[in-house]
Ligand binder design. Structure first.
Ligand SMILES: NC(=O)c1ccc[n+]([C@@H]2O[C@H](COP(=O)([O-])OP(=O)(O)OC[C@H]3O[C@@H](n4cnc5c(N)ncnc54)[C@H](OP(=O)(O)O)[C@@H]3O)[C@@H](O)[C@H]2O)c1
Length: 291
């Protein structure tokens, strides 16, 4: 299949490039001219310059393609669907996020609105929703946690630590996303793509620490005073690195059943304890952890 891929210099996009090239797909990557990450692209893939926010450049990049795999932000749904229609390309897989399930509207609203644009596009669409992604040298989520655990005998846990998480290993997510593209029965469907099982945040931290051979003391920090202080700062317009709603979201369970993806896409994500061992091995090889 000839596929235009957006976000190829990113975590998920990079894994998709490797997987698709290995499986014989022809991949054209949409690259922003100002991207500082062009060197990450495999020399074997074709590159088209453009921006996901610019339907004209997308439409140009779509010439001769069978499909588009859009990982560069569901917020560009309007431009992406407009470009597909004007290029006469029917098939779209759009990557959204499981944050579409959040009960906090500021978090879920933009994702749901963009998904609605995809569903109403008249195209042969599929929406996939990754949970928190981890793995690879581009990991922005768990590498920081592993490096902290590597250095500290104490780990602060905001709130009870009992809320659920279900992070997905990047290669498992890439496999699920590619299956969503290639299976005809996925057209018109939305799939949650989380990790194998939910685990509490405290379990997640302990499992990550065990992979490093460490057993830190978890120090529980009550959430409510932190949130109240942030609310107060917001009320008097003090600029903050985190919003009070983000703190509230720490209490929200992020667990997502994925039987539908297992059944219809053959989705088989690995357990967290396996994926995190691979990440610790990667960080050791890079000399980024000592344990
Ligand atoms: N990471 C997570 O935990 C997570 C969880 C749930 C959902 N998601 C969603 O999954 C998708 C992939 O996430 P990721 O972590 O792999 O992303 P990432 O590593 O941050 O990479 C983002 C990619 O999108 C490209 N991009 C951004 N804006 C663009 C634009 N206007 N035009 C063209 N390209 C643009 C970037 O290119 P440059 O090289 O130019 O920067 C980069 O290749 C995203 O839609 C994200 O919202 C991520």
């Amino acid at each position: 299949m000839k596929v235009l891929l957006t976000g190829a210099t990113g975590l998920l996009g990079g894994a998709l490039v490797r997987l698709m090239v290995r499986e014989g797909h022809e991949v054209r990557c949409l690259l922003r001219p100002e991207s500082p990450n062009a060197s990450r692209l495999d020399r074997l893939v074709e590159v088209a310059h453009g921006d996901a926010g610019d339907a004209g450049s997308l439409s140009e990049a779509l010439r001769g393609m069978d499909a588009m795999l859009h990982t560069a932000g569901i917020e560009y749904a309007a431009q992406v669907t407009e470009a597909l229609r004007s290029a006469g390309v029917e098939r779209l897989v759009a990557v959204s996020s499981t944050s579409a399930h959040s009960s906090y509207p500021a978090r879920s609203g933009p994702k749901l609105d963009a998904e609605t644009v995809v569903r109403g596009s008249g195209l042969s669409w599929t929406v996939v929703r990754p949970a928190m992604i981890y793995g690879s040298e581009l990991d922005k989520n768990l590498h920081r946690l592993l490096r902290f655990l590597d250095r500290s005998p104490v780990f602060p846990v905001f709130g009870s630590g009992e809320n659920l998480w279900q992070p997905v290993y990047y290669e498992d997510l890439a496999r699920g996303t590619l299956e969503a593209l290639t299976r005809p029965e996925a057209v018109g469907e939305t799939y949650d793509l989380p990790g194998a099982e939910p685990l509490t945040y405290a379990e997640l931290v302990r499992t990550a620490a065990a992979a490093l051979g460490r057993s830190p003391r978890l120090l529980r920090v009550p959430l409510e005073p932190v949130r109240r202080a942030l609310r107060l700062a917001e009320a008097v317009r003090i600029p903050l690195p985190v919003a009070s709603e983000q703190v509230l979201r720490l209490r929200e369970d992020k667990a997502y059943p994925h039987e539908k993806a297992c059944r219809e896409l053959g989705y088989e994500p690995r357990p967290f304890e396996e994926g995190i061992v691979l990440e610790v091995a990667r960080l050791r090889e890079l000399g980024m952890v000592r344990s």
